[in-house]
Design a protein around this ligand. Structure first.
Ligand SMILES: [Ca+2]
Length: 399
């Protein structure tokens, strides 16, 4: 009986391989032409629609530059159907806006239809937004995104965005929001975004985001936002931001179940209104001349800040870790806070609590100038300072 079983398996494998390769849609076959001035939007849209019509498959973008332009008043321009992998050959497969995209708004290159989408992978592509603005200033178009996942009345589920180079968008490289669940953004390199690199929001039951191994390259413009940013979270649950490299700070607020771990950040890590929040193993290097704290968290409920390395630039007057609450806008304190095992080198107070109910300051190593405080506490209740770590004071202001 054994040989018969084996042959059955081989037939099944062969059939599976055939069915997968049959469902590949090359954009060239739908009229796209690389490396010329002709607009390829309709051809790519046709390839995506053909893939969707058979229930899914792979849409392939070969090496070359393909021109994508806005088709209507709003977008997404290209709608990826369910059960589809959109992939290229890496950075040589370029989907690019013409420069005139910088003159108007709502160019959103890759997204989905209003009915939502499931089971999508976007990988091995280079998205170029054609931005010509040298810096973010109020009034420039700021809603021109690379990838835009957002469904106010539908679900966007099981989406993987990986191994992409996304640059020159006069908005965000990747924007994720309403209706999004189980979204993975992995190994994405970004450059010259005018607003945020990766922008995440919530709404309509959004939950379960993972952002890992992403980074921004050295910019030749001045972005207005952060490398990674969570805002307008609207009940967003379970966000993990792990092992990214951020040249432009990491800001995340309003999340229940937030993990910020093992990132290397130039600038600061900041976030208000997070509950059940762990910040661990990050390296934060302050920028020269910066004045805001290296880490700052407001209205947290259930916050552990553990085993991070924080280093301000020489001569800066940054506080290390600042945890606060009870302002005139919001009467809630930060609650149930633990700060331990951190190395903090800065020019002001090491750890500052202001408007906190329930905190333990464990063992931290703090290096600050002479005359500055390791730990400062004001308007706080139920604070236990076990601070058994080393404290080093230098005569100069250099941390
Ligand atoms: Ca073309």
């Amino acid at each position: 009986m054994m040989p018969r079983l084996v042959s059955f398996t081989m037939i099944a494998v062969a059939w599976l391989a055939t069915s997968v390769s049959a469902a590949t849609f090359n954009i060239i076959d739908y009229g796209a032409t690389p490396n010329d001035d002709s607009d390829d939007t309709v051809a790519v849209a046709k390839a995506l629609a053909a893939c969707g019509a058979v229930g899914g498959g792979t849409v392939f973008v070969p090496a070359g530059t393909f021109i994508i332009t806005r088709q209507g008043a709003e977008s997404p321009i290209l709608m990826v159907p369910s059960n589809t992998t959109l992939c290229g050959e890496g950075a040589a497969s370029i989907l690019q806006y013409p420069k005139r995209a910088s003159e108007s708004n709502f160019w959103r290159m890759l997204g989905h239809g209003p009915e939502g989408v499931r089971n999508v992978t976007i990988r091995d592509l280079h998205l170029d937004g054609g931005n010509t603005h040298p810096a973010y200033v109020k009034g420039v178009p700021e809603h021109n995104h690379g990838i835009f996942l957002y469904a106010k009345e539908a679900i966007v589920e099981n989406v993987v965005v990986e191994k992409l180079l996304i640059e020159n968008f006069s908005g965000d490289c990747v924007a994720v929001g309403y209706g999004c669940r189980n979204i993975t953004i992995r190994d994405v390199a970004m450059r010259n975004f005018l607003r945020q690199g990766i922008q995440m929001g919530g709404g309509n039951g959004a939950r379960d985001y993972l952002v890992t191994d992403c980074h921004d390259l050295e910019h030749s413009i001045e972005p207005g936002g952060s490398t990674i940013h969570v805002e307008h979270a609207r009940g967003l649950q379970n966000v993990q931001i792990i092992a990214n490299r951020c040249r432009r700070s990491l800001l995340a607020g309003g999340v229940d179940g937030l993990l910020i771990r093992d990132n290397v950040v130039s600038g600061r890590i900041e976030g208000n209104g997070n509950t059940n929040f762990l910040v661990a193993g990050n390296v934060v290097r302050g920028n020269a001349g910066a004045t805001r704290p290296l880490m700052q968290f407001g209205y947290a409920d259930g916050l552990i800040v553990r085993d991070n390395i924080l280093r301000a630039a020489p001569e800066s007057t940054q506080t290390g870790i600042y945890i606060w609450g009870k302002s005139r806008y919001n009467a809630n304190p930060s609650r149930d806070v633990s700060v331990s095992g951190n190395l903090i080198c800065c020019g002001e107070t090491g750890i500052s609590l202001n408007g906190v109910d329930g905190a333990t300051i464990g063992s931290n190593r703090i290096r600050i100038p002479e005359g500055k405080k390791d730990v400062a506490v004001s308007r706080a209740e139920n604070v236990v300072i076990e601070q058994t770590g080393t404290s080093e004071k230098s005569a100069s202001a250099k941390p």
